[in-house]
Design a protein around this ligand. Structure first.
Ligand code: DGL
Length: 270
């Protein structure tokens, strides 16, 4: 029926925006669990339970393919859900792999053994739950060797964005970049490992300086999805609908979403 996009809150809208640009004809249903955001301060079991329930909701709603447009959900739940097995004809994919493929300059689905890559010092900015899962480092180790990753848990940034307090979010980003630099003074690349952070991408880039290449997920995920749907056209679904669902207050969430995407977005209650 449509491709489902799931995030703990508003961050996945950054991915949705890029998918709309790359694939304007693909029907999309967005589900934000704003009632339980942020996920990044929850334990792995809780994140798994919430993520699984909401992916099931989207499958039941008719989506065959669901993208976890949330690193925290991808880190805590994706591998476990895939290992437990998904219903026939249904798929769930995450957002780490396209990012790591870009960082390691690999093609989609290149399964050759890990090898040395150009970047050696990588800063990872993510939520506390994503950082403590070490899921990014685990996925990277399947593809690359000799990469030093320094992770910075960016406490508070998602809360500030969800509250629409961009001044606080900016101050927190700057202090997290400073903290990272104390551990790794000269990263070559920085990974924004949370789908809320592209809303602060300019602040990250400015604080890191022009010599640091910042990798951000929305365009990478959109390109990867485009490649996937080219290979699996049956997963696209029919129609051109766009629906926005939230577990939170639809009026409040619609206001924030409209502010972030700079066009009218109307959420309904999930
Ligand atoms: N956008 C989610 C992510 O990519 C935010 C997680 C949260 O709710 O803390 O990790």
């Amino acid at each position: 029926m449509a491709v489902g996009l799931f995030d703990s809150g508003l961050g996945g809208l950054t991915v949705l925006g890029a998918i709309e640009q790359a694939l304007p004809d693909v029907p999309l249903v967005y589900l934000g669990d704003n009632a339980h955001a942020p996920y990044g301060v929850r334990d792995a079991e809780d994140i798994y339970r919430l993520t699984k329930g909401h992916v099931q909701y989207l499958w039941d709603d008719g989506c065959d393919l669901v993208i976890l447009a949330c690193n925290t959900a991808s880190a805590a739940a994706l591998r476990r859900m895939q290992e437990e097995g998904v219903p026939r004809g249904k798929r769930v994919l995450g957002v780490f792999v396209p990012l790591i493929e870009a960082l390691t300059e690999r093609q989609w689905g290149d399964n050759s053994p890990p090898r040395e890559v150009a970047v050696k010092h990588v800063a990872l900015f993510a939520t506390p739950a994503t950082v403590s899962s070490r899921a990014f480092q685990r996925e990277l180790a399947f593809r690359a060797i000799g990469v030093d990753v320094e992770a910075q848990a960016c406490g508070g940034v998602v809360d500030a964005i969800e509250e629409g307090d961009m001044i606080l979010a900016e101050a927190l980003v700057r202090s997290h970049v400073d903290a990272l630099r104390r551990k790794m003074p000269e990263p070559e690349a920085a990974v924004l490992g949370c789908t809320h952070y592209p809303l602060m991408q300019d602040v990250f880039q400015q604080a890191l300086g022009p010599s640091v290449r910042v990798f951000s997920q929305p365009d990478l995920v959109a390109a990867s999805l485009s490649d996937y749907l080219g290979r699996h056209p049956g997963m696209i679904g029919e129609g051109q609908e766009r629906r926005f669902l939230t577990t939170g207050d639809p009026v409040r969430v619609s206001d924030r979403a409209t502010q972030f995407l700079r066009r009218q977005i109307t959420f309904d209650a999930a």
